[in-house]
Ligand binder design. Structure first.
Ligand SMILES: NC(=O)c1ccc[n+]([C@@H]2O[C@H](COP(=O)([O-])OP(=O)(O)OC[C@H]3O[C@@H](n4cnc5c(N)ncnc54)[C@H](OP(=O)(O)O)[C@@H]3O)[C@@H](O)[C@H]2O)c1
Length: 240
């Protein structure tokens, strides 16, 4: 496997989708740095599980709302050796429209969902120097079609889509930067009626976690001639 022996940092790796993606990466033979914020126990459990695959799994805690901790996260990650990949998955997703979006909500979304990936990517690229590398930013179908719902979240993901393309241009030719724009994969823990979601998914179903992993591995290990791409894995939701 060509990811074997390479190390990939996954943010928000302890729970839900980040956990599943980190597992998929480790199953593909890569070493992983599992970033977490609050979910220390889940992160430790995942580390033990992934080490049984014969790869190296390291833990790194950081509050992505704190720029200084983001610097420390990269330093800690690099202390285990060079990084080949960075998957920016950690994010916050608050169901607030324009009126409820106060300055604090706005700032937190932009800091965690957009500024953290920017700082991590910049540091990742500086450390990679001339070595080959891959960055994948986890987006949302809303990134290219931001609407009025989840106001700060949608704008932050739209910014992350723009960041993906700008980074791709800035970091060529050694580092590819792509986005994976997801639709309905796992229902949010605190969001309203999930049955309504399916009505707007042309595929008529939720995505399988394995489908997400296959697309992610394609961007991490597929053709290096693909960069600045935003791949939708959303059952056609962005078309409706
Ligand atoms: N779920 C879906 O169907 C779906 C759909 C479209 C897009 N996406 C995208 O896929 C990604 C993962 O989604 P998800 O549903 O699994 O997310 P989630 O359940 O909201 O998990 C959030 C993750 O982000 C981390 N995080 C949040 N705030 C943090 C902070 N201040 N510092 C450090 N870590 C922080 C959490 O870490 P701790 O728990 O360790 O604090 C957790 O791992 C996100 O980028 C999301 O936008 C998901």
């Amino acid at each position: 496997m060509s990811l074997s022996g390479k190390t990939i940092l996954v943010t928000g790796a302890a729970v839900r989708l980040g956990r599943s993606m980190a597992r998929g990466i480790a199953q593909a033979g890569a070493n992983v740095v599992l970033h977490y914020g609050q979910s220390a126990e889940a992160a430790q459990e995942l580390r033990f599980e992934l080490e049984t695959l014969g790869i190296q799994a390291h833990l790194a805690r950081a509050d992505l709302n704190e720029p200084a901790q983001i610097e420390e996260l990269m330093a800690e990650s690099l202390s285990h050796g060079p990084l080949y990949g960075l998957v920016n998955s950690a994010s916050i997703f608050e169901n607030k429209g324009l009126t409820e979006t106060d300055l604090d909500t706005w700032r937190r979304h932009l800091q965690i969902n957009l500024t953290a990936p920017f700082l991590l990517a910049r540091r990742f690229a500086a450390a990679a120097a001339a070595a080959e590398g891959r960055i994948v930013n986890i987006l949302d179908w809303r990134a290219l079609r931001p609407g009025a719902d989840h106001f700060a979240y949608s704008v932050s993901k739209a910014g992350l889509a723009a960041l993906t393309r700008s980074l791709a241009a800035a970091l060529a030719p050694n580092i590819t930067v792509n986005g994976l724009a997801l639709g309905a994969v796992l229902p949010p823990s605190d969001d309203g009626d999930i049955r309504a979601v399916l009505a707007s998914v042309p595929a008529g179903r939720w995505a399988e976690l394995d489908e997400v992993n296959r697309a992610l591995l394609f961007l991490l290990d597929g053709p290096a001639y693909i960069t600045g791409e935003i791949l939708h894995l959303d059952g056609g939701r962005h078309l409706t």
